[in-house]
Design a protein. Structure first.
Lengths: 408, 96
């Protein structure tokens, strides 16, 4: 294993999250990119096209007529042995739904950024997690980034995770529309040598291949009411669950290796921030976490015993890790950037309740929903979240979902 | 794009709960489940080849003075009968 990158080899650039994702795709030496532009992902696609035109990325770019074709093209490319990438969001993701469902079932390690955007309607082109949340049970691995640096690092890591033979599942790297897609910051660009050492040449069609020399039927018919069909269907479904289960370990190991190679360790499943001595906690997802950490710092300075847990890996949901992090915590406020219709709370709130049930936690909990359709969840908003959760910890009653950024 | 076709495919080395694949060809042909069969009126056929152009499974076979069908692969869809300008093709029920 190589030593941590030497200072003289380090290179820093200023870029936004969309360019960071495109840079990661170039570093990963992706073979085929199929794209259709959609706000706030469009500039990511333009960067990819530019890198290919400039000869920085030796990939085939397929400029198709819509997102349904985007993912269908990549399925063919992956079955032919290529490393593949695309990015989409909101309505584009909705149009992609049919091949989106098929991809994990075929166990194709395609990597796709979701530049998260709120879903229609009401009409909106701004950030929110509703698009990615709408497909959270479809079988893709989903990781949410906090910073532009984490976008670049996670897209590179996503290939190693997806292509792990014990995983073989597609990965969504989610980065917040507007806040991360267009937010420019200084990041460190890993060298090509480091990424080459980290990622092996793609070996993605060892389990199913479009190979004229060895023809096979891909996605044969299973299921039905009798015979071997239903049992076959169950076997493949259980196989997907096994891949999801194995992903927890693969994600952890991959983050560890990447951290060692680059000197930039990112928390793989969850990140605990100032949880030592915390009596109550808030749970965050994505780029809102920065403001959350600032609010926790301010509260700690006043002697308020609050900590923060950031969820990075949302699917598979890190049940054990989150439950362990929240053990002994008396009150928990979960902040979502999307809505779980029907439960009328945040989706991550519901996941957190499930994790807490596993350890029979008596913690009081509160769901907060903010940052919808591009709204900024400010440090002041998090101050309110902390105050409300503190009141809960002192024995106050939880209320229905609290909506941040609400008008009127 | 770099094509990475594998020189071999080791089925035994692949877990059977991954991608649903089948590597054995099904011996059934469309003719095994056809319900209607095309019959050519050789007096009417002028060998214009419209049936040959339209047949989706390419089962039309050229004979010295008419076009006929390979009934092993014909699925009985009737497109040839529908398109024939001479009305030289009739669809009759199998087993009838």
């Amino acid at each position: 294993m190589a030593a941590v990158a030497q200072p003289e080899r380090r290179r820093f650039i200023v870029c936004d999250g969309n360019e960071a994702a495109a840079l990661a795709v170039a570093l990963a030496r992706v073979d085929m990119v199929a794209v259709y532009p959609i706000t706030p992902q469009s500039s990511l696609v333009e960067y990819l096209a530019k890198f290919i035109a400039d000869g920085k990325l030796a990939a085939e770019l397929v400029d198709v007529e819509g997102e349904h074709s985007v993912l269908s093209v990549l399925q063919g490319a992956a079955l032919a042995g290529g490393r593949t990438y695309t990015a989409t969001c909101g309505p584009g993701l909705a149009f992609m739904f049919e091949p989106y469902l098929r991809t994990p079932g075929l166990r194709l390690p395609i990597v796709m950024s979701i530049v998260t955007r709120d879903t229609l309607s009401p009409q909106s082109v701004w950030g929110g997690h509703q698009d990615a949340m709408a497909v959270r049970e479809a079988g893709w691995i989903q990781m949410y980034c906090e910073t532009v640096q984490e976008v670049l690092d996670t897209v590179v890591m996503a290939y190693r995770i997806a292509e792990d033979h014990d995983v073989m599942l597609p990965v969504n790297v989610c980065h917040d529309g507007n806040y991360l897609s267009y937010g420019s910051t200084r990041i460190e660009l890993p060298s090509q040598e480091v990424v080459d050492e980290f990622l092996h040449a793609p070996d993605v069609n060892w389990h199913a291949a479009l190979d004229p020399l060895h023809p096979m039927a891909i996605d044969r018919l299973t299921g039905g009411a009798g015979g071997v069909g239903p049992g076959l269907f169950v076997a493949y479904r259980k196989g997907q669950c096994a891949g999801m289960h194995n992903a927890l370990q693969a994600i952890t190991a991959t983050h560890e290796t990447w951290g060692r190679l680059t000197g930039r360790p990112h928390a793989p499943l969850i990140e605990k921030y100032r949880m030592d001595g915390a009596e109550f906690a808030i749970v965050t997802l994505g780029s809102m976490t920065g403001a959350g950490k600032d609010a926790v710092d301010a509260a700690r300075e006043r002697g308020v015993p609050v900590g923060l847990v950031k969820v990075k890996t949302y699917r598979p949901f890190p049940v054990q890790a989150l439950a362990a992090a929240l053990r002994g915590i008396t009150a928990i406020g979960v902040v979502d950037r999307s809505v779980d219709f029907g439960w009328n709370c945040g989706p991550m709130y519901r996941d957190t309740l499930g994790a807490l049930y596993h350890v029979a936690s008596p913690a009081r909990t509160q769901s907060f929903i903010g940052g919808l359709a591009g709204a900024d969840i400010t440090v002041e908003d998090f101050g309110r979240v902390i105050d409300t959760t503190a009141a809960l910890a002192r024995g106050g009653g939880a209320s229905a979902t609290i909506w941040l950024n609400q008008q009127g | 794009m770099k094509i990475q076709s594998r020189s071999f495919f080791d089925r035994a080395g692949v877990p059977d709960d991954l991608c649903p694949i089948a590597t054995q060809a099904n011996p059934m042909l469309p003719g095994d489940w056809r319900s209607l069969r095309p019959v050519v009126d050789r007096d009417k056929c002028v060998k214009c080849a419209v049936c040959w152009l339209y047949c989706p499974v390419q089962c039309v076979v050229e004979k010295p003075a008419w076009f006929d069908f390979d009934l092993a692969t014909c699925k009985g869809c009737g497109i040839c009968a529908e398109e024939c300008p001479q009305r030289a093709i009739r669809m009759i029920e199998e087993g009838g």
